[in-house]
Design a protein around this ligand. Sequence first.
Ligand code: 6CS
Ligand code: FE
Length: 286
Amino acid sequence: MTIIDRYPSRVGAVPEIIERHDPVVWNAEIDGGPLSAEQLAHYADAGYVIIEDVLTSDEAERLNAYAQELIDAAEGAIAVNEPDSSQRRSLFAVHESDPKFSPLTRTGLLAAAARQILGSGVYVHQSRINCKRAFVGKAFPWHSDFETWHVEDGMPAMRALSCSLALTENTAINGPLMVIPGSHRSYASCAGRTPERHFEESLRRQSYGVPEDAHLSAMAQESEIVAVKMRPGSVCMFDCNLMHGSPNNMTPYDRTNLFVVFNSVANRLVEPFGGTEPRPTYLASR
Ligand code: 6CS
Ligand code: FE
């Protein structure tokens, strides 16, 4: 069976903006979810919503101390370093067995809100702690997560979302998540072809799947870029195709976030659309 690629990218064609073919909120009728009608409307319109105080500041700070221990002790491919450095950048797959992070990702408010938005059951596609440490934490260039998950993991439709839970304060200056509101409604098809095992490089410094400056300018012209500020314990939920990135952390203030990606059970991964081998399951659960 051949599956039609509705979101071609990195297939050697000229980069272009394609229209989104999928809904953003998949079942606005769903009752009994944790998000209010206003929150759902903001998510649909802007492509993200901030949920305050999912954990208390104390809980988040304790979890952060624990996360730092995990990160320092971690070994193997799930632990990723900053570009050209031996400083830690990310720790993947914390949802699988960790006694503190696993329950957070499987049950409770985050999964319920994800089910509400995606209109179906969900599972964790990817989880990671990004510890953007004071002075040394480096940027993530502009990208759509969906572009990577489609090309490198074979995610068919835009029916997934990310939760970024602040474990430390996220301010305007300590390397916060920056988003282009409304950008989730169009898809920036990118240039190039993905090399095999690209993830070994991209998780430290992404260079394929990065949109053209002109496309970013056009998106940012329609609505101003927002730096997502959060207290420890608050969460930003954002659409899988929202254009986002984050700058270096050149401040003395650490910025650590837990990322959990939920995908719809109706949107299971197929063969990667970019023609490479599927990425390992610690990056893309199958
Ligand atoms: O590789 C991933 O799944 C995620 N990480 C990066 C650096 N870009 C795409 C996506 O957000
Ligand atoms: Fe991302």
